[in-house]
Write a protein that binds this ligand. Structure first.
Ligand code: PEP
Ligand code: MN
Length: 267
């Protein structure tokens, strides 16, 4: 079979920083923004380890309505404040169409969550902005459905789309999801979109996050979206998969080695 490789088109997040170019970008932070103190401690660690992008949820898509739903606008303000203090960019989720203008005001990249991958009015709304959009793969979606969702965004004029493989639901119950490394390699090869992997939601287990992150970079990911917490046991969401800050040097060190082996950098 002929291997037709489509070159990745980098997306400039700032005039100096692009995703889909030589650097593999680390996007790290809490699952949920819980407080100023928590988020600042994480942002400081990300900054000190050379990271450029802070992730964090302000509007949370929780399976149960009884779980913590996020700080909303206050969460966005905290993210922006601490990111500005450390010169970081912000990625955060827009959960509904009504959040898009607000998230666009506070964030640098808009995240579309796995559960919303086929929420077409939301895809159209972010498609009408000029913001970079990170489109998570639906956990029960095929690659073709994922790419069709990306086309919905592009159909409204916004081609600044970053694909994110965050694990899919399989018959396996030992892990929260199954990281589809095939998908990372496939969409890298067949589309021009930069591709990010989320080893946190893909595994659901802190003891597997580093291995999944290494595998994702080896498969060609242009970035990693990773959950961190100063005290994972107390995290208000996704405590089982949040890396303690002490593990950040290992994450950076190990993935940097894989990136280097492929002629790339990690930042
Ligand atoms: C998240 O990244 O905070 C999140 C909710 O992820 P997903 O949409 O992949 O479940
Ligand atoms: Mn999470």
């Amino acid at each position: 079979m002929v291997n037709l490789h489509t070159p990745t088109k980098p997306i400039f997040l700032t005039p100096e920083l692009a995703i889909g170019a030589c650097d593999v970008l680390l996007m790290a932070g809490p699952c949920s923004v819980e407080s100023y103190v928590q988020t600042r401690a994480i942002a400081e660690a990300v900054y000190h380890h050379g990271g450029k992008i802070l992730r964090g949820g302000a509007f949370k898509p929780r399976t149960s309505p009884h779980s913590f739903q996020g700080l909303g606008l206050e969460g966005l303000q905290i993210l922006r404040d601490v990111a500005d203090e450390f010169g970081l960019l912000v990625i955060t989720e827009a959960l509904g169409v009504e959040h898009v203008p607000l998230v666009a005001e506070y964030a640098d990249i808009i995240q579309i969550g796995s559960r919303n991958m086929q929420h077409y009015p939301l895809l159209w709304a972010v498609g009408e902005t000029e913001m970079p959009v990170l489109l998570k793969r639906g956990f029960m979606s095929t690659i073709a459905e994922w790419l069709a969702a990306a086309e919905h965004i592009a159909s409204r004029g916004n081609e600044h789309i970053i694909l994110c493989e965050r694990g899919i639901r399989t018959f396996e119950t030992a892990t929260r999801n199954t990281l589809d490394t095939n998908a990372i390699a496939l969409v890298k090869q067949t589309t021009h979109f930069p591709v990010v992997a989320d080893p946190s939601h893909a595994t659901g287990r802190v003891d597997l996050v580093l291995a999944a992150a290494r595998a994702a970079v080896a498969a060609g990911a242009d970035g990693l979206l990773v959950e961190l917490h100063p005290n994972p046991a107390e995290a208000l969401s996704d405590s089982d998969q949040s890396l303690p800050l002490e593990m950040l040097p290992q994450l950076v060190g190990q993935t940097k080695m894989i990136a280097t082996a492929l002629g790339r950098n990690l930042s």
